[in-house]
Design a protein around this ligand. Structure first.
Ligand SMILES: NC(=O)C1=CN([C@@H]2O[C@H](COP(=O)(O)OP(=O)(O)OC[C@H]3O[C@@H](n4cnc5c(N)ncnc54)[C@H](O)[C@@H]3O)[C@@H](O)[C@H]2O)C=CC1
Ligand SMILES: O=C(O)[C@@H]1CCC=N1
Length: 275
């Protein structure tokens, strides 16, 4: 499979790492390009054995799949660059938050094969949770190619496009919320006098263990929480503090706000650049 990346930032890098680790393609079958940072492209070339180019005709000719991995605000400028070289046999996979399939079709051509995906940065360790949606021009073969790409970086759920703003908020941004909680756990460990390295190991194992329990026991999160919470014990006091600070509601509001932002990101780009 020959695959190119328009945009060579954290998300492109995470997907490339997965593709190569799982031998989905060879480094020489991957082209990367960005706006102007040649140094970054050379670094990727050295690290992964991928090729880089600013020649869009060559990049597009080479590609079965073109991954659109620029920030949503740069979507339009990246479309302008590649539009002259679009052909009907290329599968475009956008990982851009908020950018709709119809906007991509408007810019690249109504009959283009387009997938809109929302992975997360855990892709770089093969643990992404990815939602993906296809337009009707994506053939079964191309759907298989896309499944190969995303299964190399973790699990994938095929969904209706209207689910993707929610998925962006839930699992696209999700790792950041978990890291935010870990930052707070690390600070509390310091404040209660634990040794930093030991605390870090304990936190990581606690996270991994809780994830494994959720995955393998089939029990609901609330039931697992209750099993930890001994009446009159320590957890009960801790949870009472979380309730006092309305942490549950804050997380619900956080994810709803992120989903709204994903919708707004798409709308603002689309209204700025009517074709
Ligand atoms: N970082 C994350 O956790 C996730 C990001 N995404 C999405 O992935 C996309 C990329 O995000 P990051 O990799 O974090 O961004 P980034 O800022 O690390 O990388 C963006 C890349 O796009 C390039 N670029 C900008 N304009 C360009 C143009 N006109 N032509 C060619 N290249 C251009 C930049 O030079 C840079 O290499 C975003 O749309 C984001 O919504 C999706 C899932 C998770
Ligand atoms: O923050 C963002 O906009 C991107 C999309 C999901 C994760 N990062």
């Amino acid at each position: 499979m020959k695959i190119s990346f328009i945009g060579a930032g954290s998300m492109a890098e995470a997907i490339i790492a997965g593709l190569l680790r799982k031998n989905i393609c060879r480094g020489q079958d991957i082209f990367v390009t960005n706006r102007e940072d040649r140094e970054k492209l050379t670094e990727l070339e050295d690290r992964f054995g991928v090729r880089h180019t600013y020649d869009m005709a060559a990049l597009m000719q080479h590609s079965d799949i073109v991954v659109l991995a620029v920030k949503p605000k740069d979507a339009h400028s990246s479309f302008q660059k590649i539009k002259p070289y679009v052909t009907s046999d290329i599968l475009f996979i956008s990982v851009m938050a908020g950018i709709s399939i119809s906007y991509i079709e408007e810019n690249l051509g109504e009959s283009c094969a387009v997938a809109r995906a929302m992975p997360n940065t855990s892709a770089s360790v093969g643990k992404s949770a990815t939602g993906i949606s296809f337009n009707p021009h994506v053939s079964e073969y191309q759907q298989k190619l896309a499944a190969e790409v995303f299964s190399s970086i973790g699990m994938t759920a095929v969904v209706k496009e209207n689910q993707l703003d929610g998925i962006t908020a839930l699992s696209g941004s999700g790792p950041a919320y978990i890291y935010y909680i870990v930052e707070a756990m690390e600070r509390s460990a310091e404040e209660i006098g634990l040794e930093a390295d030991t605390a870090k190991e304990l936190i990581l194992q606690t996270l991994a263990g809780a994830a494994e329990m959720l995955k393998t026991t089939g029990s609901e999160a609330s039931a697992l929480r209750k099993a930890v919470t001994s009446p009159g014990g320590t957890t009960e006091v801790g949870i009472q503090v979380l309730q006092k600070y309305k942490v549950h509601d804050a997380i619900v509001e956080c994810i709803k706000a992120a989903a709204e932002k994903s919708k707004r990101l798409g709308r603002s780009q689309e209204s700025k650049h009517t074709v």
